[in-house]
Write a protein that binds this ligand. Structure first.
Ligand code: ATP
Length: 341
């Protein structure tokens, strides 16, 4: 049985359907990240699970129990929001102990737990520090300790690392993943940053206009985006109209190999940038190099073919041709993805 289950949950706000018959299951000890553009319903999904938002239809089940009559504070979920809502006038220990004291924990017990949590989030001994004087990353850790303090059966994070700079985010994501693994926490997190979602999650859920556009492991979603929407949301733009006959897709870029069994007829196909191979101009689809973007471990080379949309190729650092160069392109079949509706 999943720890969390959403059963055809619908939420309408201001005359709009913000969540549209959403089904979702989160297994115990797993981290699920919900991704999607602004306004796609991610925060509403968290709010409905927490009990901060009523569902107009459908059910939220925790450990198999319908939560519709269960108030927020009895659901056993921990929440951490983007702006982490700490009490600036109180010290670190008072912030972390907030939920414990609310539940009537004794002082000694609460102090022990606070010390343990601060150790866990990498702020040992920070009890008496003033929250207002902590850095953004330190505040984030305090907020996390506070959310974890009552031992929630489900931890929900809304843009947990939203305001931090990139290098700190990348480090914290790794730490969070390790921490959740150690604690066996079940996590439902919302982010619009795909790097964060893919690094943190066991499963990724991509939302579009209140519906789930795709759900799967990070690898599945990354390698096989289900639709043009998901592909473009992940930053893949090598997408073209095709007509499939047998194991070949006929496109304005030429013939692309597709797996046998692909539905025949019109569709859209994606070629992931790693499958756009540069060859001598005479040996492939002739293109002009119109741009190069350094991406750290590779160079994204933008190519303009004589017809059809521009193409992005992923090249090794030393191998990227100069802007203006004329090259040929060959396509690798294992990087071609036939997109659904
Ligand atoms: N109280 C409300 N009344 C009317 N519409 C609302 C209300 N709250 C949210 N909405 C709308 O519901 C939609 C989904 O909002 P939600 O905050 O869940 O999206 P989100 O995916 O979390 O977006 P973001 O990434 O920008 O936080 C948005 O279009 C928003 O304007």
């Amino acid at each position: 049985m999943p720890l969390l289950q959403l059963d055809s949950v619908t939420v309408r706000l201001g005359g709009r359907t913000v969540l549209d018959t959403v089904d979702l299951a989160v297994a115990e000890h797993r981290t699920v990240c919900v991704l999607g553009p602004s306004g796609s319903g991610k925060s509403t999904l968290l709010r409905v699970v927490a009990g901060l938002q009523r569902a107009d239809a459908g059910r939220v089940l925790l450990a198999g129990r319908d939560q519709s009559a269960v108030p927020v504070h009895r659901r056993g979920v921990g929440l951490m929001f983007q702006d982490h809502q700490l009490f600036p006038q109180r010290d670190v220990a008072q912030n972390v102990a907030f939920g414990l004291r609310m539940r009537g924990a004794r002082r000694a017990e609460s102090e022990r737990r606070v010390a343990e949590l601060l150790e866990l989030v990498g702020l040992p001994g920070a009890q008496r520090r003033s929250v207002g004087r902590l850095s953004g990353g330190e505040q984030q850790r305090v907020a996390l300790a506070r959310a974890l303090a009552p031992n929630p059966r489900l931890l929900m994070l809304d843009e947990p690392l939203g305001q931090l700079d990139r290098s700190l985010r990348e480090r914290l994501v790794v730490e969070l993943r390790t921490l959740f693994g150690q604690l066996g926490t079940t996590v439902l997190a919302v982010t619009h940053d795909q790097g964060e979602a893919f690094a943190l999650a066991d499963r990724v859920v991509v939302m579009r206009e209140g519906c789930i556009a795709q759900e799967g492991t990070p690898l599945e979603v990354w390698q096989r985006p289900a639709s043009e929407f998901v592909a473009r949301f992940l930053g893949f733009d090598n997408i073209v109209e095709a007509g499939v006959a047998g194991d070949v897709a006929e496109t304005v870029w030429g013939k692309l190999p597709v797996p046998l069994g692909t539905p025949q007829g019109r569709c859209r196909v994606l070629v992931r940038p790693g499958g756009v191979r540069l060859v001598p101009a005479a040996d492939g689809l002739p293109c002009e190099v119109v741009g190069r973007t350094f991406r750290g471990d590779h160079v994204a080379v933008l190519l303009r073919p004589s017809a059809g949309p521009e193409l992005e190729a992923s090249c090794g650092l030393g191998a990227a041709p100069e802007a203006g160069a004329r090259v040929g392109v060959a396509f690798a079949g294992d990087e071609v993805v036939v997109l659904g509706e």
